[in-house]
Design a protein around this ligand. Structure first.
Ligand code: SAM
Ligand code: SF4
Length: 328
């Protein structure tokens, strides 16, 4: 089989599909309260996204993550998981804010979802309401507990680290891994969502290194866990005897570009080859053409050809986007 490879010899085998730019939360680091979502007529249908996925599968993409926006607000997304599995993807995963998860768990498991990542930045209800601008901590926590009772356990929890906001909870969040089969990961804050001068970033950023040191200082030695997937972004560690792992994702202090295998499809039909640039390659027309698969292949090879090398920093013009538009 032909394998999609970029100009720096990186294998492109991982596709993230943003099934919608819409969300039922308004996390401060991700989008403004009054965000204008795209007109729904601009968005690809799920069938069109499947056509794109099929073209990717044919050039060696084996893993798909469904994200957004909030993927569970898109009608039909549970069947979409089943369709991707039936098509032959080895690994189909989802990143969600958890709000609509509990009622969808049985369906997602039946559809064959392989894993789930749930975003939760704090264990405190008031702080949760402050960060997400929605008072839904309990519902998200209940969904996490329910997910642990399904084949989707162990679950991954993602928290964006913010100095003065949730860094006082690093130890509490790390302690979860002593009690539950959870992989808790703090993500370094990226200067997106209009933070063009980087002032929000400078006030709140906290590095992965500091996070690990603080957890280690309180809870004892962390042993490094060997990476199962060499392209995985998280550095993961374990406390002695813990059922879960604790880790950091460091897109700012130690970007994983050299081992990046990702392509991102936006809900409105563009391919983003790199989170650190505002490059995008329109693919909607190819998807809607009479013979879509070969047309999509042409766009995929063009995208692989312009995927930037490692070593970039996020330029100002890329900071006006939100992670929900790109498909974080
Ligand atoms: N709505 C889902 C969720 O929150 O899990 C999926 C989409 S969300 C854009 C995907 C991930 O991007 C979340 O874990 C979120 O915390 C992260 N994210 C959003 N904005 C970010 C930023 N400025 N810096 C770092 N991570 C960010
Ligand atoms: Fe929504 Fe996820 Fe962005 Fe929060 S991080 S606003 S839940 S898309």
């Amino acid at each position: 089989m032909v394998q999609l490879i970029d100009s720096y010899d990186r294998k492109m085998d991982y596709l993230r599909i943003s099934v919608t730019d819409r969300c039922n939360f308004r996390c401060q680091y991700c989008m403004p309260e009054d965000i204008k979502f795209q007109d729904s007529t601009e968005l690809l249908s799920l069938e069109e996204m499947l056509t794109f996925a099929e073209a990717c599968l044919q050039v060696g993409v084996t893993k798909v993550r469904i994200t957004g926006g909030e993927p569970l607000v898109r009608k039909g997304v549970v069947d979409f998981v089943g369709d991707l599995k039936a098509m032959g993807f080895e690994d189909v995963t989802m990143t969600t804010n958890g709000f609509l998860l509990k009622e969808n768990l049985a369906g997602l498991v039946a559809a064959g979802l392989d894993r789930i990542n749930i975003s939760i930045d704090t264990l405190q209800q008031d702080k949760f309401a402050f960060i997400t601008r929605r008072n839904h901590f309990q519902k998200v926590w209940d969904a996490i507990m329910a997910a642990l009772e399904t084949p989707l356990s162990p679950v991954k929890l993602n928290a964006v680290a913010m100095r003065g906001i949730n860094d006082d909870e690093i130890v509490e969040m790390a302690k979860l891994t002593l009690h539950y089969p959870m992989h808790v990961r703090f993500i370094e804050l990226m200067p997106l969502n209009g933070d063009t001068d980087g002032s929000r970033f400078r006030a709140l950023f906290i590095s992965g290194k500091e996070i690990l040191e603080r957890a280690q200082g309180e809870l004892g030695d962390l042993r490094e866990v060997e990476r199962e997937d060499p392209a995985a972004p998280a550095d993961e560690f374990k406390f002695d005897g813990a059922p879960g792992t604790f880790g950091v994702i460091t897109p700012v202090s130690e970007p994983f570009c050299a081992r990046c295998s990702r392509l991102r499809l936006t809900a409105d039909g563009k391919i983003h080859p790199c989170l650190l640039t505002d490059l995008d390659v329109p693919v909607k027309e190819a998807i809607r053409s009479e013979d879509p698969i070969p047309e999509i292949h042409k766009v995929l090879w063009k995208t692989a050809g312009i995927k930037p090398p490692a070593g970039l920093t996020l330029p100002e013009e890329a900071r006006n986007r939100t992670m929900s538009q790109i498909g974080g």
